[in-house]
Design a protein. Sequence first.
Length: 93
Amino acid sequence: MDLFRSENIAKVKLIFKSLFHNFSTKDKFEVDPKVLILLGLFLLSDIFLFNNRYDKWVSKRPVYIRWFTYSILLFAILAMSGVENHPFIYFQF
């Protein structure tokens, strides 16, 4: 249910009511294990690279290692980006 795509005021009221009165446990919040692994890797890299700039660190490495890390980062960006198309919500007006 989307607030800005509601057909009538009754559904908007239901959305706001659900914000404050929906405390059921049937819809549990679950996190994908891949996200937890990536978060752990991010935290480890932050601990090890605290107060260090990535560009200075990578510039000291050989060219093949530098480009390998660039390709891994590019692959991660492309793999984690969404491919689902979300149309502009005000297109109907």
